[in-house]
Design a protein around this ligand. Sequence first.
Ligand code: PXL
Length: 283
Amino acid sequence: MTITPRVAAIHDMSGFGRCSLTVAIPVLSAMGVQCCPLPTAFLSTHTGGFQGFTFLDMTDEMPRVASHWKSLDLTFAAIYSGFLGSERQIGIVADFIRDFRRPDTVVVVDPVMGDDGQAYQTYTPAMCGGMARLAELADVITPNLTEAAFLLGRDYRALPSDEAGLRRIVEELSLDGKRSVALTGASLAPGKTGAMCFDARTGRTETVQTDFIAHPLHGTGDLFASVLTGALVKGASLAEAAGQAVDFIHACAARTVAQDLPLREGVDFEPLLGLLTGRGGCR
Ligand code: PXL
């Protein structure tokens, strides 16, 4: 019997705009990983670049789903959380992690809060503070530079951008080496971008880089954390998983930009999902 690894994915479902669950489900499926969605909210679109989006808060439903899953004795190779819909969800997700974590479970918290130095529209300062507490339960966190600044209580504009400075940020984010960190948007040279990874299992910091595509693309953080989670549950090291994620995003982003597609509709990744199935192989 070959057991397909199973991931509990705690994110919003945005009907249009390619982010969160509409990224995590296809990506994990393509990687041969079963995705079990625990939606935090249902939105008509994501909150960046669209006006008048609807927002259905799923907070009350989440503990009900968790208790039903518990009654079924479901187990997960990974618990992967992202965009949350309310401050109360911080405690609900923390309880979920405590209830479902087993010795071999990977807990990935993507501390989704903002980008370009700004919090997303629906995120309050209290939610950002709560996200930092939630992230303390993670084995791996995947912040972008904005989220790193929020987690560390620093001014985004004053963050260092040189390699030594980024290493210090990643080390600080690791909470004295207790959790792994994949910091996205880390650039070690002009025209390059990628992720700087501190692996708590080895104590090593490694950086993966690709060519920078100078367009504001939506959902790249969700693509990154989804590919990373899929690769981790399939046994990749943190740096290997980050490399696969960075390469996949680069391929998809290049395609999106080359085709002149509307950027707020997210990264046009569906035609390239074959790269993740193991047949195409990204890296
Ligand atoms: O990609 C992060 C994200 C997730 N979910 C929703 C968002 C965003 C970013 O804008 O609006 C609803």
